[in-house]
Design a protein. Structure first.
Length: 79
């Protein structure tokens, strides 16, 4: 058993979450207030093994980003 103080810097405590948010804001710098969207690409472990997923990850990511850029370009949206 391990006793953790209430002011722990872990993400499981309010102080820790606040400190993480501050660090992320500092790392992002001028891009902290930029509008954006975060997307994650995941593979179904029932369909694809880890080795196969890592093998096709680069190509899949590039294909996905190209499709996003084509969609954006057709609508005249800025990069």
């Amino acid at each position: 058993m391990k006793i953790i103080p209430a002011t722990c810097q872990s993400r499981y405590f309010p102080d820790g979450r606040f400190n993480m948010a501050v660090k992320i804001s500092k790392r992002l710098g001028k891009y902290d207030n930029a509008k954006g969207l975060m997307v994650t690409l995941t593979y179904d472990p029932k369909r694809t093994g880890k080795r196969e997923a890592w093998g096709v990850y680069g190509g899949d990511t590039r294909r996905f980003l190209n499709a996003i850029n084509q969609y954006r370009y057709k609508r005249g949206w800025p990069r």
